[in-house]
Ligand binder design. Structure first.
Ligand SMILES: [Zn+2]
Length: 182
């Protein structure tokens, strides 16, 4: 084995654990069908080229899918462990250039990967249909604490919680949608 293989981080990562990680995040309550949402699914062997990638069959709609179907991780030439490491480095605030160097990737490939990961893992989420009573709350985002962790910790104290609740109550509004056909 060449020395370069030993310092190639992605070569040290366990594929089975990467797929287990995806399953755990995607389906904490067990696999369900990405087409019809049914949880009546059975395991249906493994991918031909990726032995840790579990395949499933839906007993409700007979659809077939696997661990990565419908996610940005599917259909790309990079193995899952490279995506997992990319996500890990993004969490450490590494630049695209640094990530590309660590993973031995092209910088344009790395940029495409980080952009997709920032948009979320779901590649194709079905259109949301709202029915009945719909309630929308304001979204509350805490800004990054780069250089100012003390200020953020202070803002997140009990005073902030109390005023957040007041703002939430003020911002809450309800809308009842009535189907036009009714
Ligand atoms: Zn189904």
């Amino acid at each position: 084995m060449a020395a370069s293989d030993l310092i190639n981080l992605s070569g040290l990562i366990d594929d089975a654990k990467c797929f287990a990680l995806v399953r755990q995040h995607r389906w904490p309550e067990g696999a369900c069908c990405p087409v019809c949402g049914s949880s009546a699914v059975i395991r249906d062997g493994h991918d031909d080229t990726q032995p840790c990638r579990q395949r499933y069959r839906c007993k409700t709609c007979s659809g077939r899918f696997d661990d990565l179907t419908g996610t940005v991780l599917a259909g790309h030439h990079q193995p899952l462990r490279v995506w997992v490491l990319c996500l890990y480095f993004m969490g450490l605030n590494l630049s695209n250039r640094q990530i590309a160097l660590e993973l031995g990737l092209d910088s344009s490939d790395t940029q495409a990967m980080t952009e997709q990961l920032r948009r979320g893992l779901a590649a194709k989420t079905p259109a949301v249909e709202l029915t009945g009573e719909v309630e929308i709350d304001e979204v509350y985002v805490v800004a990054g604490h780069k250089g100012q962790p003390a200020a953020v910790a202070k803002r997140g104290g009990s005073d902030a919680v109390a005023s957040w609740q007041a703002r939430r109550a003020a911002a809450r509004w309800r809308r009842t949608s009535r189907p036009s056909s009714a």
